[in-house]
Write a protein that binds this ligand. Structure first.
Ligand code: NAD
Length: 255
């Protein structure tokens, strides 16, 4: 494993790997969106350092937890809805839109890959999307603005107008099953690629963090671009412990 913090050399190494490999898979985490002003979970000051996550079963079992979940959602959205894609997102978009990568596999729920100009069909969301809500029973989509008005204005919890089921943001909580189709597609990408690039993930949330190792075990080169160490660093062919915005945009220039 090659690990270095020498900026120009890392840009060149990553650029060379991108040129040398035919099929690229990209796997992103909350770290790619911090430069857009969205805090990640585990960095100092990150979301988990301020409040414990609400488990899926608690959401189902308790009206108070559902209320707390919606209170948090509309509080956090004050930041998230203002965020715009940054240079890292645009670099990923260039790799996908130029067909270097067929898709981006993301743990993020912020919709910024789509907003950076990637066709939504090419964004594989392992943990769902936080810009809308869904009925947990029948899957009907509900828009957040309608829920927000009823919840903040009249203290009403959202229930499905078709079946009466609980409505929750279209994200995957701890304890909730992973969405089958995105997981299937992510595995397919990992098995088909010859280079997998991890960008801004602590690689501690499973089963999402299995994806890089599936690629590695299948013979792909593994690169991790993350400012802090991850548990998979020792398996990686190249670890770049630097800021995404400083490395990724210049590294893709010649690709
Ligand atoms: P994480 O918070 O566990 O890890 C993020 C990693 O990115 C950290 O190791 C941090 O050191 C690194 N990082 C942060 N900013 C960076 C930068 N500018 N350059 C380089 N590295 C940087 O996030 P995760 O691995 O994605 O996993 C946790 C869960 O977080 C996922 O399930 C995801 O759904 C959720 N999440 C998503 C968002 C979002 O959609 N933007 C935000 C917070 C959490």
């Amino acid at each position: 494993m090659q690990k270095t913090t020498d900026n120009p050399k890392n840009i060149e190494r990553l650029s060379n790997l991108l040129s040398a490999n035919k099929r690229l898979a990209i796997f992103t985490g909350a770290g790619i969106s911090t430069e857009s002003g969205i805090p990640d979970f585990r960095s100092p000051g990150g979301i988990w350092t301020k409040m414990a996550p609400i488990e899926f079963q608690d959401f189902l079992d308790s009206e108070e937890m559902r209320r707390e979940s919606w209170r948090r959602k509309f509080e956090v959205d004050k930041t998230i809805r203002r965020a715009r894609p940054n240079e890292g997102h645009y670099a990923v978009a260039e790799l996908v839109n130029s067909q270097k990568a067929t898709a981006v596999i993301t743990q993020n729920i912020d919709n910024l890959h789509q907003e950076s100009g990637i066709d939504p069909d090419r964004v594989i969301e392992l943990h769902g999307n936080g810009t809308y809500a869904k009925c947990l029973n029948c899957g009907a989509r509900e828009e957040l603005e309608i829920i927000k008005q009823a919840f903040l204005g009249r203290d009403e919890l959202p229930v499905c107008k078709f079946c009466g089921g609980h409505i929750k943001t279209a994200t995957i909580s701890f304890g909730q099953s992973m969405p089958e189709e995105p997981v299937r597609r992510a595995h397919e990408e990992a098995l088909a690629c010859d280079l997998l690039l991890v960008i801004g993930s602590s690689l501690v949330v499973y089963p999402a963090a299995d994806i890089p190792m599936i690629a590695k075990r299948n013979g792909a080169t593994l690169v991790i671009l993350n400012r802090e160490p991850t548990p998979l660093d020792s398996y990686a062919d190249l670890v770049i412990s630097e800021e995404i915005g400083e490395i990724l945009p210049p590294a893709i220039k010649n690709n």
